[in-house]
Design a protein around this ligand. Structure first.
Ligand code: UGA
Length: 476
């Protein structure tokens, strides 16, 4: 039967943008995105989308005109009628019990798959026509999950649904262009599900060259997502180790990474030294890889993967130690302005952001921290700091010493130091850019000596020193 209907379970960061692009590029198909969260569905139907991504609004508007993309809280009818069902539910780090903070929590995925089986069995009971379907797992999952989900379906008496893996490689801020023009589309199927392989391949070939559609088995597909993120994270931890060494020996990490990256075998991307990587995926996926290695009795390999995260934690800690040391060994009662709280620029997302740990360690040192970020909401900032405090087992934190400011000026006024935590363009302080921070003006309102610690390498340190700042740039 020709493909005409697609359903997607999960209207979050992956499901929404992915299905919008599928609907845009396949106007002959009807795509329905389901979620039990009515607020999220309402938002997808409104003019204020729940996900902020460049180009997303335009894609949604086009699909609205065409009428082939629906968002709904009905997690029954769309599943019954679809030939392809995408699973885009969250798989966060497990926050309890066995594998706490290590394993990915697949309970939402399992529940969603059981619901698919339930819908299918209900249809059968009603005597409805049962068609072959493909369940496509887009969520990032431990290796072997497709096999488990296939088993669950079969144990529930469902034999007409094939299971495929199709991991997501979207990065925040570029999700739409990543989906429109992906580096690769990975389709994982097992020998018994070859029709799923053909169906998905045909779907993506509506806008993607055959050369970029890669066919592998489900376990390799699941693993390739974890490995891709682990290799990207590994590069950042490696360059952050180099940054520490550069500071000690008087070299410049930018010069080292640029020249090393000119070797095409190495490449230049993901070699920017920073206070540490953040975001909802890198730590979770590297730890998941470490956990899977451990479960397979690969202790040394597991420790290798874990060390990527340990170095990341250490990089953030080293940065705070450097701040405290530079400010005469104590920051108690001193005001510190943090510029940037999001985990990277062009997003308001704060999940696992390095800035949260920087804040909580500064609060532990009894500093008074004032945060300014052009996109981050105060309640998101406070809640992420609370998580960091808990994760790092920090005692005696007084959130009264944590403030949120609407402008960089308000944050810096009277402060002893500025820390740059996110690489927003406006923090570069470029002459002639009216939206950029004017460090000369800020300096005049700060306590002296005025320190500036750049954890993202966005400023020109010499220019700041010329103004009068005591400036420190990571890796210099
Ligand atoms: C990452 C991957 O890049 C995507 O391919 C993947 O699909 C996604 O995770 C996911 O699994 O969902 P994302 O977390 O949105 O995407 O952001 P990245 O651009 O990868 O940045 C992650 C972190 O690394 C940020 O905190 C960023 O500031 C930091 N980073 C990045 C550095 O510190 N240095 C660099 O050179 C690059």
């Amino acid at each position: 039967m020709a493909l005409s209907r697609i359903a997607c379970v999960g209207a979050g960061y992956v499901g929404g943008p992915s299905c919008s692009v599928i609907a845009l590029k396949c106007p002959h198909l009807h795509v329905t995105v389901c979620d039990i969260n009515a607020d999220v569905i309402d938002a997808w139907q409104s003019d204020t989308l729940p996900v902020h991504e460049p180009g997303l609004q335009e894609v949604i508007e086009q699909t609205r005109k065409h009428g082939n993309l629906t968002f709904t809280t009905d997690v029954h009818a769309p599943l019954a009628r679809a030939q392809v069902i995408y699973m885009c539910v969250d798989t966060p780090p497990k926050a309890y019990g066995t594998g706490k903070e290590l394993a990915a929590d697949t309970c939402n995925l399992e529940r969603a798959v059981r619901n698919v089986a339930h819908v299918e069995n209900e249809c059968r009971k009603q005597g409805e026509n049962i068609t072959p379907k493909v369940l496509v797992i887009k969520s990032t999952v431990p290796v072997g999950t497709c096999h488990i989900m296939r088993d669950i379906l079969r144990q529930q008496g469902v034999h007409n649904i094939a299971v495929a893996s199709n991991p997501e490689f979207l990065a925040e801020g570029t999700a739409i262009s990543d989906m429109l023009d992906p580096s690769r589309v990975v389709i994982g199927t097992d020998p018994e599900d070859q029709h799923a392989r053909i169906l998905l391949s045909t779907l993506y070939s509506n806008w993607i060259d055959a050369g970029r559609i890669v066919h592998v088995d489900t376990k390799s597909s699941e693993l390739c997502k974890l490995v891709s993120n682990a290799l990207l994270a590994q590069r950042i931890s490696s360059i952050n180790c180099v940054a520490a060494l550069c500071e000690s020996v008087g070299a410049d990490v930018a010069q080292v990474s640029r020249t090393a990256g000119m070797d095409p075998r190495i490449g230049s991307k993901f070699l920017n030294a920073s206070i540490g990587f953040g975001g909802s995926c890198f730590r979770k996926d590297v730890m998941s890889l470490a956990n899977i290695s451990m479960q397979n009795n690969l202790r040394t390999e597991s420790e290798y993967w874990r060390s990527i995260v340990l170095i990341n934690e250490h990089s953030k800690r080293r940065f705070v130690n450097r701040v405290v040391q530079a400010m005469f060994g104590n920051v108690r009662g001193k005001r510190i302005a943090l510029f940037g709280f999001a985990f990277k620029k062009d997003t308001g997302d704060v999940r696992d952001t390095a800035s949260a740990d920087i804040v909580s360690w500064l609060l532990e040192e009894r500093a008074i921290v004032g945060v300014y970020d052009p996109q981050v909401q105060e309640e998101d900032m406070r809640s992420e700091v609370r998580k960091s405090v808990e994760r790092n087992s920090i005692d005696l934190i007084d959130q009264k010493n944590l403030h949120h400011h609407e402008t960089s000026h308000d944050a810096a006024r009277g402060a002893h130091a500025i820390i740059i935590g996110t690489e927003w363009d406006e923090f570069r302080g470029r002459a002639g850019h009216e939206h950029d921070v004017n460090y000369g003006q800020l300096y005049s309102t700060m306590s002296k000596p005025a320190f500036l610690f750049d954890g993202r390498r966005v400023v020109n340190a010499q220019e700041l020193r010329d103004i009068g700042f005591v400036a420190y740039v990571i890796g210099q």
